[in-house]
Design a protein around this ligand. Structure first.
Ligand code: ADE
Length: 319
């Protein structure tokens, strides 16, 4: 049990005190602490509002879920998972959970406001991204995945809709309702759990879903790398690699790896995408067997990129 493996309390490192611990008591916020503005996002079980915190005049995105609806639709695990993941995250490329509170009808998640909205809107507006923009934005996604996976978290629904953009045009990944959290061992590495293989009802979005998810295999970090491959393809070509008239036809194309590159597709990107869109997840670039994330970051498509400085780099203008 976890009790026997827990370190004795006195040997635990002393946590640096946060502002809340050092004097300023953290009081639970309430809807009255905010002025609610327009709706900036809508999901199947939530609505996101732009809101301003009265005390600080800071803007936030507040995700509101109706409790009755969550219970009726059996979606409570999604919101619990999302909160669990948000609380683990502390990285510039992710939306941050500032506060949570509730009233008798609703749950409130107060999140970073990503002022420039979805990466998808830019893709729609511009049709395609040029090579420097694709390099920059997919590199940020790669760095974000490296961080997420180091925490043992698989996003499982990575797509340009869930990649938001901050005021300074860096990425802020969101939407962790369908994420999977793997337990971490003593070495801090995820342990291969002998989990009950549930009838893995499909999670994610048809066009970005990996073949192993369609084949009901357990969740894997490789599923996010598959999605990365789809996103690189989409940025450069303007359309998704596996697209058909309906979901079933899309799934057929995915499990048969039925896709092709349009003429003029960047040669290095083509090589990279071909190493990500691979049927066996273990064989994808970025997985341990192929050299891990450092091999992905060393790919020729990203040659010369200053990975460590990415969060401080001025993004290339999307055009
Ligand atoms: N839409 C959904 N979540 C959002 C966020 N955190 N910022 C901006 N728009 C959003």
């Amino acid at each position: 049990s976890s009790q026997t493996t827990d370190a004795p309390a006195e040997s635990k490192p002393i946590k640096a005190s946060t502002s809340a611990e050092a004097g300023k008591p953290r009081v639970k916020k309430s809807p009255n602490d905010f002025i609610f503005g327009k709706v900036i996002g809508e999901g199947s079980y939530s609505t996101v509002y732009l809101a301003k915190e009265v005390s600080s005049q800071k803007e936030f995105a507040i995700k509101i879920c109706e409790k009755k609806h969550l219970i009726r639709e059996r979606k409570t695990h999604f919101v619990m998972r999302e909160k669990e993941v948000f609380m683990k995250l502390d990285h510039p490329f992710f939306v941050k959970l500032a506060y949570t509170f509730q009233d008798s009808e609703r749950l409130y998640y107060v999140l970073t406001y990503a002022r420039n909205g979805e990466l998808l809107s830019y893709l729609h507006k511009l049709s395609v991204f040029d090579v420097p923009c694709t390099r920059f934005y997919t590199a940020e996604v790669t760095l974000a995945l490296e961080y997420l996976h180091s925490l043992g978290i698989i996003h499982r629904d990575l797509k340009p809709e869930n990649i938001l953009l901050s005021e300074d045009m860096h990425i802020k990944i969101t939407d962790f309702g369908t994420s999977k959290v793997l337990p971490l061992g003593e070495d801090g590495k995820p342990v291969a759990s002998s989990e009950i293989r549930r009838k893995n009802s499909f999670v994610g979005t048809a066009e970005y879903v990996s073949p192993e998810v369609l084949n009901n295999e357990p969740a894997n970090f490789g599923s996010d790398l598959w999605a990365l491959g789809c996103i690189i393809y989409q940025c450069l070509s303007g359309s998704m690699p596996f697209r058909a008239g309906n979901e079933y036809q899309t799934f057929q194309k995915i499990v048969r790896l039925e896709y092709s590159f349009p003429e003029g597709f960047n040669k290095d990107a083509k090589d990279l995408v071909s190493q990500l869109l691979v049927l066996d997840p273990e064989d994808r670039l970025g997985m341990p067997k192929t050299g891990g994330m450092s091999a992905l970051k060393a790919h020729r498509f990203y040659a010369g990129l200053d990975w460590a400085d990415l969060p401080n780099t001025t993004p290339p203008k999307l055009m």
